[in-house]
Design a protein around this ligand. Structure first.
Ligand SMILES: Nc1ncnc2c1ncn2[C@@H]1O[C@H](COP(=O)(O)OP(=O)(O)O)[C@@H](O)[C@H]1O
Ligand SMILES: [Mg+2]
Length: 244
């Protein structure tokens, strides 16, 4: 529950995830508690293999948990049918991955239209909303270029446009700047930050860069499938200084 008595936007309770079975079983999440309120900007950090992507995929309804509970706006996600999950994903969640995941020979505009196509919007509405989303990420004039013709930074902008074209409540970004140089990373971060402050989109972002995490208001630190620390960014910065 948040202070205003509303259920949290995202609420994980004692969530575990085990991959494989028997001898080969591996516990990627060992019982995590995480509540995220509307409008937050949360950075997720931690060593490789600590369960960050596993947690993101569960939050994004791309994967299911092994035990525990996940409530989205108070609704237990485990109780949803496959169709209801798909609808939740399409209506409330936007994803950005490290590898952009665009269709290479397809225009920027068509890539951004794709989630609207799944939602059954008309061609005219799709084109209008996709153009607006591309303008929002600074890519007006690039609509007809294929992803293969765009730079890495531009491709990630297209991916962000595709993620926000449905006006999601939450943007989930898993190492969105992992394949970009410092300058391009900074620009993408500033764009994501702006979506949070100006649009009120809740952002959960995995990053290895302390500079990037510092732009978030809260940093959640994963170690060995557990949340080892969860603090506001200013506290986290103070902690880092104290330890130095
Ligand atoms: N599909 C899978 N099958 C088996 N093991 C997996 C699978 N996905 C992830 N893992 C394992 O779970 C652990 C956590 O992975 P992940 O959540 O991707 O970590 P991170 O994103 O923090 O690097 C890793 O040890 C990884 O090898
Ligand atoms: Mg990962």
């Amino acid at each position: 529950m948040s202070a205003d008595g509303q259920p949290a936007l995202i609420e994980l309770r004692q969530v575990t995830k085990t991959y494989g079975q028997g001898q080969a079983a591996f516990q990627a999440l060992a019982g995590i508690d995480l509540s995220i309120e509307r409008g937050e900007f949360v950075a997720v950090m931690g060593p490789s293999g600590s369960g960050k992507s596993t947690a993101m995929n569960i939050i994004g309804c791309l994967d299911t948990l092994s035990s525990g509970s996940y409530r989205f706006c108070g609704v237990p996600v485990e109780t949803l049918t496959r169709d209801q999950c798909a609808r939740l994903r399409r209506s409330y969640l936007g994803f950005v991955f490290q590898g952009f995941n665009l269709l290479r020979r397809t225009s920027a505009l068509e890539n951004v239209e794709l989630p609207l196509l799944y939602r059954g919007e008309s061609a005219a509405t799709r084109a209008r909303l996709a153009r607006e989303a591309l303008a929002d990420v600074g890519l007006s004039g690039w609509e007809q270029h294929t992803s293969a013709e765009l730079s890495g930074g531009q491709q990630q902008r297209v991916a962000i446009a595709r993620a926000i074209v449905t006006r999601p409540a939450v943007l989930l970004a898993d190492e969105p700047t992992g394949n970009l140089d410092t300058q391009r990373s900074r620009e993408i971060m500033e764009l994501i930050k702006r979506l949070n402050t100006e649009r009120g989109i809740t952002v959960v972002m995995v990053t290895h860069e302390p500079d990037m995490a510092a732009m978030a208001r809260r940093i959640v630190h994963f170690i060995d499938g557990r949340i080892a620390a969860d603090a506001s960014a200013s506290d986290a910065a103070a902690l880092a200084r104290a330890r130095a």
